[in-house]
Design a protein around this ligand. Structure first.
Ligand SMILES: N[C@@H](CCC(=O)N[C@@H](CS)C(=O)NCC(=O)O)C(=O)O
Length: 206
């Protein structure tokens, strides 16, 4: 297959895929979008990337990006992140996401510890609250905001009424400014599932 433009395999609600789409959108990178069903992944995707997670970005015949952060770095042409930013993203992607999955889907995971997952998530939220002014790196939206807010959004949606009452005004303002943005509305557009018989949706009219 001759790759003429990058191809993104994506799943609309996946926070990792959302951060990748945000970066591609802001970097104005035209690409083919292949929406997949996580319960029925296309063989073409699994052949490229047997680990079977989204997002993946086929950049060219010899460049395949299989991690959302690598897609963001490639899109923004940022080879290395600030070490403080890296630490916060790592905490988001490991400890927070671990607790979030277990808070969101109680019963889906074997109970291995006595952690109160909602409380674990709140610890991270508190850290975010203290760092926001009004974005995570000051006045302007940065890589860090884009990498983290899709996960906080997921957390906020588990019990939105309860979330609204939390004493974290900066988090709530930050999250609503991002989720109500035109940027977010654009990357959350719904696309039909991709199959080999239909062409990818071309996203180029940024
Ligand atoms: N470390 C990966 C994680 C990606 C990931 O776990 N994506 C989830 C969807 S949100 C996935 O594809 N899971 C595989 C599955 O559900 O089968 C990244 O940053 O891209």
């Amino acid at each position: 297959m001759l790759i003429q433009m990058p191809i993104l395999y994506s799943f609309r609600r996946c926070p990792y895929a959302i951060r990748a789409r945000l970066a591609l959108y802001l970097s104005k990178i035209s690409h083919g979008h292949r929406e997949i069903d996580l319960k029925n992944k296309p063989i073409e995707m699994l052949t490229m990337s047997p680990k079977g997670t989204v997002p993946i970005l086929i950049v060219s015949n010899d460049i395949l990006l299989e991690e959302s952060l690598d897609i963001m770095k490639w899109a923004f042409k940022i080879p290395n992140l600030d070490s403080k930013d890296t630490l916060l993203i790592e905490e988001n992607d490991t400890r927070f996401k671990y607790a979030l999955d277990r808070y969101k889907y109680p019963g889906r995971y074997p109970v291995k510890d006595d952690l109160d997952y909602q409380k674990e998530c709140i610890e991270f939220l508190r850290k975010i609250e203290n760092r926001l002014s009004p974005f995570l790196n000051g006045n302007n939206i940065s890589f860090l905001d884009l990498a983290i807010f899709p996960f906080i959004r997921q957390f906020s949606m588990v019990d939105s009424e309860w979330f609204k009452e939390l004493p974290y005004p900066h988090v709530k303002m930050w999250l609503s400014s991002l989720t109500e943005s035109e940027l977010f509305q654009n990357v959350m557009k719904k696309y039909p599932l991709w199959t080999l018989n239909n062409d990818p949706i071309i996203i180029s009219s940024y």
